[in-house]
Design a binder for this molecule. Structure first.
Ligand code: SIB
Ligand code: ZN
Length: 429
């Protein structure tokens, strides 16, 4: 067994306590062997002054949208999608997806994110980028009916089913597939039901956007006299493995339904604030026992992929939403970004314990803004930035050592992405 020892630091435990310990990793098996004092390995990562924590899980993003970062800002969702984003996305080429995904991957590795769920186009290109980067992902082709005839809309769902099967198991098993109908309002009811059926036949999850804005919720309630997620459950979209993004506008009956069915909810606070979508009832979801993760959404509505930002946003917005400063406390925010996200995606990550996947971030606390360090969990939620991450490990492999990304050539990735983004916008205009 080839081992890696992460030595000299403190360790964040699944119960959110912090203890001094080393972590021993089986590099080939890709899992954690032991956590305890004085562990030696074939190779060592120095965690002095650091906190060893689970790699963060970005449970909803559109990673190649890094190319559209700052392309169109300060607009509500409908306008933003229809007038700006969808027209430029129509000019995307497969090589753009790969370049944008690699840029996103560098950003994630730098900020300690080791796993993500992605809904986008040409997902075999994203899978190739994940393979090179060494991260872990649940990938799906986003299928949409809006603007398409029945046949084309059905073919788009079929494409999503076929792509889920195609990417499943890629990157030495670090990639899994999901069927991803875009949302409850942009895919026809027949096709939502069809997507759920086909996904469950294949044994893969369904992932979609739901209850993001009032404009999405009200028409469903008016037309069906039913809450959107009750309707979604009737369509087969609320299985234990299924998950959706946003859930900003949820009533108590939907919150109970989500907890009962085990449907994963991905809270995207920055996107919700930026698009003025509203405040998700996160504390109520947690109180009900729902499975809640955090997502950045795409970099065009955030505008970065830093989950430490997202933790802080989740804690702050959660308090405003609940009108209660004790709501969404620091440990809750950290849990959502780690174990919560892993539970949403069905991954064996997000908790540092023997037998779990060796997906790990080491945060450097030797910094003025992280001093004096009364409470490291508080710092994680409120004071740490992605750039404080010193090492990133996924599946037992070192993706970043001493802030140097090892799996991708960062300079080349940044240059190619900037070039492809410029050419994309020129083609679209
Ligand atoms: N095959 C589809 C692509 C859907 S991919 C996922 C889509 O979600 C879009 N998207 C990004 N952020 C959000 C959001 O917050 N809500 C809804 N859609 C979003 C994104 O721009 C992309 O078009 C098509 O033909 O258009
Ligand atoms: Zn989204």
């Amino acid at each position: 067994m080839q081992t890696l020892a992460i030595r000299g630091g403190r360790v964040l435990r699944p119960d959110m306590t912090v203890t001094e310990a080393d972590v021993l990793v089986d590099r080939e098996g890709g899992d954690i062997v032991e956590i305890g004092p004085d562990l030696d390995g074939d190779e060592t990562l120095d965690a002095t002054d650091g906190l060893v924590m689970p790699g963060l899980v970005n449970a909803h993003t559109h990673v190649a949208m890094t190319l559209l970062r700052g392309y169109a800002d300060d607009k509500p969702l409908e306008t933003w999608l229809r007038e700006d984003i969808w027209p430029v996305e129509a000019a995307l080429e497969p090589a753009d997806i790969e370049a944008g995904a690699e840029l996103g991957m560098v950003e994630m590795i730098r900020s300690g994110t080791t796993a993500f769920a992605d809904m986008y186009f040409e997902i075999d290109r994203t899978a190739a980028a994940v393979d090179r980067a060494g991260t872990r992902a649940v990938l799906g082709h986003g299928a949409i009916s809006a603007g398409k005839d029945d046949e084309a809309a059905r073919a788009d769902i079929e494409e999503s089913v076929a792509m889920a099967a195609q990417v499943d198991g890629a990157a030495d098993g670090r990639v899994s597939g999901a069927v991803m109908p875009h949302s409850l309002t942009t895919v026809t009811p027949e096709l939502l039901e069809f997507a759920a059926e086909r996904a469950h036949e294949k044994g893969v999850p369904v992932h979609y956007h739901a209850n993001e804005t009032r404009d999405e919720v009200d028409p469903i309630v008016d037309e069906r006299d039913q809450r959107p997620l009750a309707w979604a459950r009737d369509l087969g979209l609320c299985g234990n493995d299924d998950f959706f993004a946003h859930g900003v506008h949820l009533d108590d009956s939907e919150i109970d339904l989500l907890a009962e069915t085990g449907t994963g909810v991905v809270h995207c606070p920055a996107s919700n604030m930026k698009l003025a979508s509203g405040m998700a009832p996160v504390q109520r979801l947690l109180d009900a026992g729902a499975t809640v993760g955090l997502g950045t959404d795409g970099a065009a509505s955030n505008n970065d992929l830093d989950l430490f930002d997202e933790m802080r946003d989740a804690a702050m917005l959660g308090k405003l939403a609940a009108d209660d400063a004790s709501a969404v406390a620091a440990p809750d925010a950290v849990r959502m970004a780690t174990a919560g996200g892993a539970d949403v995606l069905g991954l064996d990550t997000g908790r540092l314990e023997p037998g779990a996947a060796a997906d790990i971030a080491v945060v450097d606390f030797d910094a003025p803004h992280l001093t004096p360090g009364h409470d490291l969990v508080s710092h994680l939620a409120y004071a740490v930035r992605g750039s404080d991450v010193r090492h990133t490990v996924c599946d037992g492999d070192i993706l970043m050592r001493d802030r140097e990304v090892l799996t991708l050539d960062e300079e080349a990735v940044v240059e190619r992405a900037a070039e492809r983004a410029r050419a994309l916008v020129e083609r679209a205009e």
